[in-house]
Design a protein around this ligand. Structure first.
Ligand code: UDP
Length: 246
């Protein structure tokens, strides 16, 4: 028997988890949680729990993989066996391989790889608890782990999904909306608003995609603010914090 809800949005425009259609789930981040990684970040977003760790830049072996003029950025997205309702078989899957590839590419325009020729920068994103939106949660955590590792970057990357339920676009899909909704459109972007990841599952019209992208832009603005607050907490001075509070 399907546990699909009859309605996802009530007559007041409120979703099953109490959010408005353009509202993201609460997000908390903590940087520098792993002492053995060069950079790390733990992120909770709704019921998602994700840990990102960065190692490098360090020499890449085997040497035939080295890129003479720049570093190689490797991104590995992994779901812990216990992160979902039905246990996930450990090891790479088609899904995780695809997510790793596109998520790594989401950082292409921002990571200044030219400073580290022949080196590798490894990004590990471990999903500890999954509740829809884990690839976007992982990207949001990985950005901060990269900064924490001291990797030079032109800016941050934020990611959020938009989808469609009950004929309406909704930002940052929760699990029932992801499972039973009509579309899922995860997007990542730079602070300049350049889209670095866009995937789509389901059916949306061109107008809906354009409106969805605008909703994601608003969501990413909020995520950039959360990321910057975390950076200030980790690296900022007391004076800077006072300025922020004023
Ligand atoms: N999920 C699951 N088992 C899987 C893959 C996904 O239970 O093998 C759940 C998990 O909660 C995930 C959600 O389905 O967050 C949506 O998965 P999707 O592939 O859309 O990726 P995500 O939204 O997490 O980036």
């Amino acid at each position: 028997m399907s546990d699909k809800p009859e309605k996802f949005i009530d007559e007041n425009g409120i979703r099953l988890d109490g959010r408005r259609v353009d509202e993201i789930r609460p997000m908390t981040v903590e940087m520098g949680v792993l002492t053995r990684a060069d950079g790390s970040c733990y992120l909770e977003w709704g019921n998602n729990k994700v840990l990102a760790a960065v190692y490098g830049p360090r020499e890449l072996h085997p040497r035939r993989l080295q890129r003479p003029g720049e570093a190689l950025v490797r991104y590995r997205y992994n779901m812990a066996a216990f992160s979902v309702e039905d246990r996930i078989r450990p090891g790479p899957s088609r899904r995780s391989t695809e997510i790793s590839k596109v998520s790594g590419e989401a950082f292409e325009p921002v990571v200044m790889k030219q400073f580290y020729p022949s080196a590798v920068i490894d990004v590990f994103a471990e999903v500890l608890q999954a509740d829809a939106g884990t690839r976007t949660a992982a990207i949001n955590a990985a950005t901060l782990a990269l900064v924490d590792a001291g990797i030079p970057m032109k800016g941050l990357v934020a990611a959020c999904a938009v989808g469609k339920v009950d004929g309406q676009l909704v930002l940052d899909l929760n699990k029932p909306e992801d499972n039973y909704g009509d579309a899922d459109l995860p997007i990542a972007m730079t602070e300049d608003g350049d889209i670095t990841l866009l995937q789509m599952d389901g059916n949306l019209t061109v107008e809906e995609v354009n409106k969805g992208i605008e909703m994601v832009r608003e969501g990413c603005e909020q995520i950039f603010a959360i990321q910057k607050a975390a950076l200030l907490e980790r690296f900022g001075t007391a004076e800077e914090e006072e300025v922020l509070e004023d």
